[in-house]
Structure formats: C-alpha cells, structure tokens
Design a protein around this ligand. Structure first.
Ligand code: PSV
Ligand code: MN
Length: 389
C-alpha cells in the first residue's frame, strides 16, 4: 500500500472534471459513424448519461454543452433537469464550423456579413450562459486556409481581433472567454489560432476575462505540453484544459491511454503551478469521442484516469526533488519524479472510494446498475445524437 496522505485525499476529494455532452452521442471518423443502442436523442438524455458518471465517481459534477448541437427550447428546464440528476451545466462551446457560409472562415472571414453572423452566434451563446448560469464560453475556430496565398494571414488576424473584441464586450460580469488553439485541421496550410502563443496574444489584448484553452490533442507529435502548462500558469492565462489522448492527429481518445506518463507530467505542472486549487479557476474538461467503446464506461474510465495520475503526481516529494535539482543531482531528481509515476495507486483509491460510499469499481457498478439495459429499451425511435447534429 502506498498510503496516500490525508492532505492528498483532501485535494483529490475537491477535484472536478467536466464531461462533454457530445461524448454520449454517436461519433466516428470520416469513414463511418457507428450507431449504439441507448444513445441519447436529445440534450436531456445526454445530461442524464453524464450524471451517471458523477453518481459513480463523484468526480464529474458538470457537463459541457455544444451549441447548436445542444439547443433546446427551454434552457431553464435543461438546467433544472441537470440539477434533478445531481449535476450542473458547464462550459458553453460555440460552433462556427458546420455551416456552408463558414467554408472560408467565420470570425476571420473577409465578408463582414459572415463575420457578423459568427459574432451573433456567440451573442446567442452568451444569452444561453445567462439562462443556464454558466460562466465559461469556449471558442474553437476551424478558420484557416488550405493553400499558400489563399488568404491574407495578417488581415485575418486583424479581423479575428476585432470580432473577439465584440464578443468579449458582450460577456456578463462573471463570464469568461476561453480561446482554444489547434495547429491544423480542418485547415491544412495555416490555422488562424494554431498555437498557445496566438491564443495568448489575443486573450491578453482582450483582458482579464479572456484565457487560453489547452486541448491536449492539438499539438504536433513530440511537443512538450507540460512546458506550455507551466508557462501559461506562470502568466495566469490558463483557463481550461480539453483532455483527451492522441497517437496521430486529433484522435480524441480516452485521456491518459495513449501516454499515461505525459498525463502525469501535465498534472505535475498543474500541481506545481497551484492550479488544483479551485480559486485559480482552471477548468478541467474532457473533449473526447467514444467511437467504438461503450460511452458511459468510457467516460468513467477517463475521469478515473485523471484522478489516478493526479494522485501519482501528488506523490512527488517536491521538497526532495527541489533539493536534488538545486544540487544538480540529475539522476536523483529524475528518480524522485519517476518513482511517483510508477506508484500504483489503484487499490488505495478504490478503498478510499468505498470509504466515501462510492463503488470501488465504478465501471463494474455501472454494468450492475441496469442503467444501460434501461436506456437501450427506452430509447427507441427518434434520431440518435451524433457528432455534428
Ligand atoms: C476541435 O477539434 C475541438 O477540440 C474543439 O474543442 C471543438 O469544440 C471540439 O473539438 C468538438 O469535439
Ligand atoms: Mn477541444
């Protein structure tokens, strides 16, 4: 047994990981989107599924929405439904990547009418934030070009800055604007917000309420993501994570599966930067799709993976590490770091879960709960939610 200290357990108890509504819908690749029995047909059913993750883990108290995928007539009713299920609505994600008019860009488009349409969409998202009591607006743009010369890179930056300014001015007092970067896809030559530097430049220009979103799948292979985490925390500009894991591109696989050590290193920098403290307001959100595996158990696995790597990162003896670093003891510093990474905390976390009235094995408990059988039987007819609808 490792013996996680009471301090570590207290920190873990306050950990919160937001789940994405779109993880419960069908998803796939450009080759095939697979249907699954029990898939939600509307945002209310997505919220019910998200609530199962929290019921069994006490780790996922909020669910992120994507607009227009999660548009409903009555957001007050959706908010109430979430509360009845024991969770709350989380980040509002805008979407300017699925309409014909946005083919050549949205907030950066050369046509002022299309730019205004994209800005108006964000105003609609802000109205939804007022109706739901949500504080974060997350913007990810598909804007970019496929061929050199296709667009004026510099003019697009200027238009982006102006469009973002208009959205920023519309935010409520307690709202935040979170700007996500991604180095490519769907644009292949240049992307208008390709990296943390560009996101940082725009959010700094906007002001205090604007922060950067770091999606772990949005970097070139080999990028040292934990360095970016350290830097953004140092600058006070890390607003949120989109967690997932990748082997090749933006794979959106289960966080911590492609490279557990990378997740450990990221969580170490989070801890080092004090960002597990809710007062720092760094949001930990999953941005994943479960194309071939069961969706609700896939989400349970994801939040548990984050919890396990957080626990291991909390085990780093920071005082000893600091001493080894200051003494220039390369091998000892590395040993202290990797010793924590190699510590298996699974059985201790399972026992701790049980001591709090939670199932030791949340996936087994989900399977035994009968919930999946019930939704398989009930959710017949209608059209299943799908990535992009
Ligand atoms: C873009 O690839 C992205 O990471 C953004 O966060 C979108 O909102 C999300 O994926 C949709 O799955
Ligand atoms: Mn993302």
């Amino acid at each position: 047994m490792v013996s996680l200290s009471t301090d570590i357990l207290a920190t873990l108890e306050s950990q919160a990981i937001e789940v994405p509504s779109w993880a419960y819908g069908n998803s796939g690749t450009r080759f095939r989107v697979f249907g699954t029995p029990g898939t939600p047909r509307n945002p209310f059913e997505k919220v019910s599924d998200a609530a199962q993750v929290n019921k069994l883990t006490a780790l996922a108290p909020t669910v992120a929405l994507h607009i227009p995928w999660d548009l409903v007539d009555d957001f007050g009713a959706l908010r109430q439904h979430a509360e009845d299920e024991g969770i709350s609505l989380g980040t509002i994600n805008s979407n300017t990547f699925q309409e014909e008019s946005y083919k050549l860009g949205s907030l950066t488009h050369s046509d002022p009418a299309i730019r205004q349409k994209a800005i108006d969409h964000h105003f609609q998202c802000i109205d939804i934030m007022h109706a739901t009591g949500v504080k974060d607006l997350k913007i990810w743009l598909a804007d970019g070009t496929n061929y050199p010369g296709q667009g004026d890179i510099r003019a697009r930056q200027d238009r982006l800055a102006t469009s973002l300014q208009k959205i920023y001015e519309r935010l409520g007092d307690n709202h935040r604007l979170l700007l996500e970067y991604k180095f490519f896809e769907p644009a292949f030559y240049h992307t208008d917000v390709p990296d943390w530097g560009t996101s940082y430049v725009h959010t700094i220009a906007l002001g205090e309420k604007a922060k950067v979103v770091l999606d772990t799948g949005h970097h070139a292979p080999g990028t040292n993501i934990e360095f970016i985490v350290a830097q953004l925390l140092r600058l006070g500009k890390l607003g949120a994570f989109d967690f997932n894991s990748r082997f090749y591109g933006d794979d959106d696989l289960i966080v911590g599966e492609a490279d557990p050590y990378q997740l450990f290193r990221i969580m170490y920098e989070v801890i080092r930067g004090g960002a597990l403290d809710p007062a720092q307001e760094v949001a930990f959100v999953l941005d994943q799709c479960h194309n071939i595996e069961e969706k609700i158990p896939g989400q349970i696995r994801s939040v548990i993976n984050v919890q396990e790597m957080t626990a291991r990162a909390l085990l780093v003896d920071r005082q000893a590490l600091r001493a080894a670093q200051d003494n220039g003891d390369v091998l000892e510093a590395n040993r202290i770091f990797t010793d924590a990474f190699y510590t298996d905390v699974r059985s201790e976390l399972a026992a701790w879960r049980e001591s709090r009235g939670l199932p030791a094995d949340p996936i087994a408990a989900y399977r035994a709960s009968g919930y999946q059988e019930r939704i398989n039987a009930e959710r017949v007819g209608g059209s299943q939610a799908s990535w992009g609808a």
